[in-house]
Design a protein around this ligand. Sequence first.
Ligand code: NAD
Ligand code: AHE
Ligand code: ZN
Ligand code: ZN
Length: 392
Amino acid sequence: MTQGKIIECNAAVAYSPAKPLTIEKITVEAPKTDEIRVKIVKSALCHTDAFTLSGDDNEWPASDFKPVILGHEAAGVIESVGPNVTDLAEGDHVILLYTAECGECKFCIDDRTNLCVKVRSTQGKGLMPDGTTRFKNSKGEPIYHFMGCSSFSEYTVVSKHSAVKVAKDFDLEKAALLGCGVATGFGAAGYEGIGAAKKNNQITKGSSVAVFGLGAVGCSVLEGARAAGAKKIIAVDVNDKKEEWARSFGATDFVNPTKLAEGETIVSKLTSMSDDGYGIDFTYDCTGNVNVMNDALMASARGTGISTVIGVAPSGAQISVRPFYLIVGRTWTGIAYGNIKGKTEMNRLIEASDKGDLTLDKYITHRRKFSEINTAFEDLHSGDCLRTVFEY
Ligand code: NAD
Ligand code: AHE
Ligand code: ZN
Ligand code: ZN
């Protein structure tokens, strides 16, 4: 045990929805039992951070806009550990895991899912498992945690179940990306026995795939589809600037749903692009738009098509479909963190990167100092960005 003292450092705090983050000095308490304190080295901005800042997520925390430190796609070095931490130690390099892996709960011992519940209920309230926070602002007010990570701070405290150790020679910038978006998309495609493969939803060799939304998540589904040997990989985005990237990640075709021929819909267009005219084998929503989720389902193949929801929709948004479309054999499903078990399967994603199946560095389109974090939200919305990585 190497428990330290209170640390003062810079953090970017969200005080109100849709307002810039406030960069200020905060204090970070020492880690308590089963916790670690991490010095963040690299963190990226995921669409979900921007989504939560917009005020659309009903878990910011407990819906009432308490001050919170966002950020969940990150890697760093353990500064100190609390009591009862045995698998991690000071100096270890780690990736933060917004989907924890305790190894013991019902979900951890089930090989089909990654949805560990050990810390999930307090995580959703912005609290550590003991029901308190480790952050305070200069007025002494508590600042809440986010997705069990809160990486938009020079130091953070997380549960020991919410971090995985990686080799010291693995680039922490690439490591940060494996904390969310890229692991999510690549896992959702399924890869050599991990991710969606464990949900019986691995993209099959020679199949057809359509991916709606070509951010880091959608592009990593494309890469997974290419690694799986899909024959037709259709990339769909309202932004034409995404076409070139999409093709570089494996897309064989690009469709802009706002530029269809007269009388065509995105569903009729994609269906007509399938070999037999009955629809696409695997479709994915990576936009968070419920209308797109519906289109993705309807474009999936009669009898056998599987449509996966990855995008996060605003609180209160709903999807619905005429049940007939499911009776005729389509499957509508969803996935979190690519169904990757963060502690025990991270090495498999690193192997995929080493083999060149997952080209992590290509997703880093922007680099900024942590102090420029508010500009990164503009990058994300510019349409020219997959990921901005912050240097601390
Ligand atoms: P991003 O903002 O970088 O990319 C979204 C893309 O969708 C953009 O290219 C945009 O042009 C495109 N788009 C928007 N509306 C569209 C439409 N109507 N039709 C086609 N394309 C459209 O986002 P990202 O970081 O790649 O994240 C994508 C989604 O996945 C977000 O909703 C995010 O919250 C969610 N997400 C989910 C998980 C999970 O585990 N389920 C993990 C990470 C991110
Ligand atoms: N809090 C939201 C839902 C947010 C959500 O679905 N998050 C995704 C990860 S987005 C990562 O960028 C997820 O994995 N969800 C499963 C989980 O356990 O959080 C709401 O609607 O309440
Ligand atoms: Zn668990
Ligand atoms: Zn994310």
